[in-house]
Every structure is written in C-alpha cells, then in structure tokens.
Write a protein of this length. Structure first.
Length: 236
C-alpha cells in the first residue's frame, strides 16, 4: 500500500529519469525537495490530468489523488520551458488544461500523452519545436567542468535555468542521494564520508530539511508515503 514506483534513467541529455507510480490507500505524502522540473500525467476515476511541476526547495506534506496512476518525466537540470521561466515554478506547479487520456496541451499545441517507454520521443518533439531549451553551461558545471566565465556569470545562469542557486542544487541532490543510500541499508557513517557531510548531525539536518525523514525511518521504511523512489528500482 502507499506509493509504488518504477523508475528508469534516461540516455537523453534532456531527461534525467522517467517514472510511473500508483497510489493505493493513501491521500497524503511527504514531498521531497527536488532540483528539477517535470511533466506529470495521471488518471483517476476515468479522468486524465497533466501538470508542470517545479523545483522544490524543502520538504512538505502534499495531497495524493487516491487510486491514481501516474507517469512522470523529470527533466535534466539546466533545461527549461521557453515560455515559462523555471523560477516561476519553484515550490509550485501549473495544471495543464484540456487534457485527455491521449493528448495534452502545452505552449499552444497539442501533444500525445507519453508512457514509460516513449517519454523521450515526446521530449525530442518538444525540443525540435523549441518549447524545451537548455543552458549547456549548467550541465557542464554539474559534471565538474570549469567554464571560462566568472563565478558570478555561472551563478546567474544557474538561477536563470533552474530557479535555484548552484549551492541549493547541490544540497538537494546530495540529500536525495543520501536518502536512497540509507534506504538501501548503507550505514549513516559511510553516507557521511562518501557525500562529504561534516558529521551525522549535519546529515540529519539535511534529511529533515530536504527529505522529511530520519536515517532510521529511511532504513525501516517508516514515516508513511514519500514522493521518492527510495527502493531505487532503476531500469535502463
């Protein structure tokens, strides 16, 4: 019962991951901080819905449509929508109107609703149409490259592309990685050392702020439904 995820990584440079989820006997969840924006599609009681989700800077309690089936696309950090600055989506989102089981409307055009296996085809179409764009500098910096521009320029472009600072992106990503590692049974001391936390209290504060769980709750699968695939059942 709760939220049942299946997640796969993507080989598209525009997409981080694609996931499906079903909700069973759950009406609320712990929403986890997220550095990415996304598209989410779901069906409930025979009706179809779609929304744009924004980056989230903190954990919170969020409603869950009970008995719903979801498909989501998490876009790579550095991508954005041409007509919608990512900063306007931070800690929020926008429902898309006129959605059916087969199609949805975005940026004035109608697109076919994707499934788990054809999400990249939709994204490629959005890229060709110029609806989804990206700043390659952001991706290069995240891979550890040092661009030939000032730190102030890097920060400005991070904010423009993601709605977040470079430091916020790093902290959120690190906390999510820590949560997955702890849920898989890794000792907290190992997670602290591997992810460069100062000590276990530092890790605990990050988990509380960004994940809404303690290390013990993650190991035990306790605390209720959570909007994170902590089981990491990743497929390629």
């Amino acid at each position: 019962m709760g939220l049942q995820f299946t997640t796969r990584r993507s080989d598209s440079p525009w997409v981080d991951s694609v996931w499906t989820c079903t909700s069973e006997q759950v009406t609320t969840m712990t929403s986890v901080a997220e550095a990415r924006w996304g598209l989410v599609f779901w069906e409930q009681a025979g009706r179809a819905y779609a929304s744009i989700t924004g980056p989230e800077t903190r954990t919170r309690t969020a409603p869950v449509p009970e008995g719903a089936t979801f498909t989501g696309i998490d876009f790579a950090v550095g991508t954005s929508l041409r007509a919608m600055p990512t900063a306007t989506l931070v800690d929020g989102g926008i429902g898309l109107p006129d959605t059916t089981r087969r199609t949805f409307r975005l940026d004035g055009a109608r697109w076919r609703t994707p499934g788990l296996d054809d999400a990249e085809a939709l994204v490629a179409s959005l890229v060709r149409a110029g609806i989804v764009v990206r700043d390659p500098l952001v991706a290069d910096v995240l891979r550890g490259h040092r661009p030939a521009v000032s730190g102030r320029t890097v920060e400005r472009r991070f904010r423009a592309a993601t709605g977040l600072t470079r430091g916020a992106v790093r902290q959120i990503e690190r906390a999510r990685t820590a949560a997955a590692s702890l849920a898989a049974g890794d000792p907290a001391a190992d997670v602290v050392a591997r992810l460069d936390y100062f000590d276990e209290p530092h890790l605990a504060r990050a988990l509380r702020a960004y994940v809404g769980r303690t290390a013990g709750q993650l190991r035990e699968g306790a605390g209720g439904a959570i909007g994170l695939d902590v089981d990491q059942r990743l497929t390629s």
